[in-house]
Design a protein around this ligand. Structure first.
Ligand code: C2E
Ligand code: MG
Ligand code: MG
Ligand code: MG
Length: 289
């Protein structure tokens, strides 16, 4: 790849300057090509959503889904978000794509409703750039209202760094979204810096413990201590806790011991195409709102 070539060129001394420049050029050209393709992706309907269920530990039922963006690239196949979200952010395209995501989740909910299925709550990831956009709450309200979806079915996930880069502004936006009747959660909790004073001021419903703390449970005693402390803190602030990245039964049992509310991860389910979610919902009892 271009990165490897650059690394090797750097380490082989200046004879390889030309090679280095070529590799850099290749990297920049690839990036430009991706950008151009992303600019057309919305219009060409190449984006789609997968949905990963969350399991409520007390009831043993699906408590909702998280919508996760995918790009169906004509040549490369299904591209995961880590390969293109940053470009959408840098170019500002994330605003339009983010609105598409909200609209698509609403459309899917209406489809499930028309099929008579019990409706799950669906969580949508927001990006930093969206939080800075003009009137995010108004945009959300407009899309959801036009679709005729019950606001209580929607949840938004934001990271600590997004909230803390301008906490005063974030409090205001979150309060407006909350007033619409939607839920709010902090994603990847524990990986960023968050002020506990602000944690209290944000109108949050849940914390999602980052999967790096879950990965080495139950063996790593530091991770166990952190996980337990985060769950206690969250509960004392009246927040629910979701553990991300649960991959095996031992992790699940450990989280149960700490009274974690919900889990998400490959152990229960990978992110699924919408059709697979439809099948899952067919077997579910109606969910409590
Ligand atoms: P995230 O919101 O923290 O989503 C969780 C990620 O962890 C997802 O990766 C999911 O597939 C993965 N995951 C779930 N369970 C497990 C597990 O048990 N083990 C492991 N190793 N991984 C697990 P994905 O779908 O590749 O998404 C990556 C990130 O891209 C998301 O992290 C989120 O930050 C961002 N993203 C995805 N969709 C959107 C979107 O619509 N808008 C925005 N702004 N960002 C999005
Ligand atoms: Mg998320
Ligand atoms: Mg997460
Ligand atoms: Mg994460």
């Amino acid at each position: 790849s271009a990165d490897t070539a650059m690394y090797e060129a750097k380490n082989n001394g200046r004879n390889n300057y030309q090679f280095y420049a070529a590799a850099m050029h290749e990297g920049a050209a690839r990036r430009l090509q991706l950008e151009a393709q992303l600019r057309q992706a919305l219009e060409r309907r190449e984006f789609l959503l997968h949905y990963q269920p969350k399991l409520d530990l007390a009831s043993g039922s699906v408590s909702g889904f998280e919508a996760l963006l995918r790009w169906q690239h004509p040549q490369r196949g299904l591209v995961p978000p880590l390969e293109f979200i940053a470009i959408l952010e840098d170019t500002g395209l994330i605003t339009a794509v983010g609105e598409w995501v909200i609209g698509e989740v609403c459309r899917q909910l209406k489809e499930w409703e028309a099929q008579g299925l019990p409706l799950p709550r669906v969580a949508i990831n927001l990006s930093a750039r969206q939080l800075e956009q003009d009137d995010l709450a108004g945009t959300i309200e407009r899309i959801v209202h036009a679709a005729g979806v019950a606001p209580a079915l929607l949840e938004f996930e934001l990271t600590e760094s997004m909230l803390m880069s301008n906490p005063e502004a974030a409090v205001e936006i979150l309060e407006r979204i909350k007033a619409l009747g939607m839920r709010l959660s902090v994603d990847d909790f524990g990986t960023g810096y968050s002020s506990l004073a602000y944690l209290k001021r944000f109108p949050l419903d849940a914390l999602k413990i980052d999967r790096t703390f879950v990965r080495d449970l139950p063996h790593d005693s530091d991770d166990a201590a952190i996980t337990m402390a985060v769950i206690r803190l969250a509960h004392s602030l009246n927040l629910k806790v979701v553990a991300e990245g649960v991959e095996d039964i031992a992790q699940l049992r450990e989280l149960e011991k700490y009274n974690c509310n919900e889990i998400q991860g490959y152990y229960f389910s990978r992110p699924l195409p919408a059709a697979a979610c439809t099948a899952l919902l067919l077997g579910e009892q109606p969910l409590a709102a």
